[in-house]
Design a protein around this ligand. Sequence first.
Ligand SMILES: [Zn+2]
Length: 458
Amino acid sequence: MTFPAPRRWFAALAWLPGQGARRDVLIEADGDRFTSVTPGAQAPPDVTRLRGLTLPGFANAHSHAFHRALRSTTQADRGTFWTWRERMYDVAARLDPDSYRRLARAVFAEMALAGVSCVGEFHYLHHQPGGHPYDDPNAMGRALIEAAAEAGLRITLLDTCYLAGGLSADGPLPLAGPQLRFGDGDAVRWAARVTDLGCDEHGMISPHAQAGAAIHSVRAVPREQMHPIVAWAHRFGAPLHAHMSEQRAENEACQAVYGMSPTRLLYEQDVLGPRTTVVHATHVDDGDLALLGGCQTFACLCPTTERDLGDGLAPAQALAAASCPLTLGSDSHAVIDLLEEARGVEYAERLGREARGHFTAAALLRAATSAGHASLGWPDAGEIAPGAHADLVTLSLDSVRTAGTADGLALEAAVFAATAADVRDVVIGGRDVVREGAHLLVPDVPAELSRSIRAVLG
Ligand SMILES: [Zn+2]
């Protein structure tokens, strides 16, 4: 990867750590890092001007890229969770490394247009239909890494261990049908395959990509298989993610088989900790909250997916109060809009408690930026500050949604009124990726989405 030359931007309004939204901010970068940030500055000549509100890049902390092909189709006939899952398996059965690279490139380009500078791709579609590995057993993961590079994003490939087809009262069920593509046999073989991705001792695969680990869920990874995954994550200092307690049925099965909640099971297997993210955490009780918070585990909320699937309301404020940093993901990509996810956290809390006023706009933006990046293993991203990755997202404040916003309320307008359609300019690692709402690396994102989705829907 070649790094861009030193660059300077002049932001009319920029959100700076600990300072709120400041006017006239001169932002300088060398290569892929910010070198200086000066509010109240004079605009030098020949500087790139950023109108509107400039934020750090967004982290989409939980994505399954191929689910984008299901958008709208799963809404037909008032589909249930299970019809949704059947359609998801249909698409999963048709992808190969080439079609997945094209689809993911378009999906990641859509993310860039929405201001996402880094994606956490929770990746479990590893092998050929039937479960036989490709010549390169990591061909699918490499397709995702390539797709992110082509779309201009950084990626954490959360390579997911998925060994069982479910958890019944009698124990784990074998993989069947389309699920055979997900399985490595056991966690030791999973670890050997992931190590073959070729990351360095810090988990870096290339400057834009790092490896992370994921336990699909307590439904898909039996208790005795968890330790090799945890050990792999420790060896590389890598992030470790797991779906957890998204639906009550998982809690009930876990209770029946292991006699404890999914949270306690993960705690007892040393899965929880400050490099770990639990995704959803929808159905957790006070005992679970104490374990999660005591370990400073990240909680990734995906409000648009959780409401789409009818999962329930995650106890967002209780998680935050228990010391779980919150992050955001677009998960199934019912929509890709991190601002919608951010306000969804507050709105779900308001509906659940029948009261307003739980999170500030700044707290929700931290979930979308610094906390999200940290949960993906990029703690030096997600803030406009010297030394951080040079990622910028500029939202227009003169669209039909945002016009009339006072400077002092720009963060509130961003979180509660703006949408992904208000993202005008995106800089990732010092490089322009989106300019005036147009992706500079993928010229026609809607056409690429349409082509690549038609190819996998048949
Ligand atoms: Zn998910």
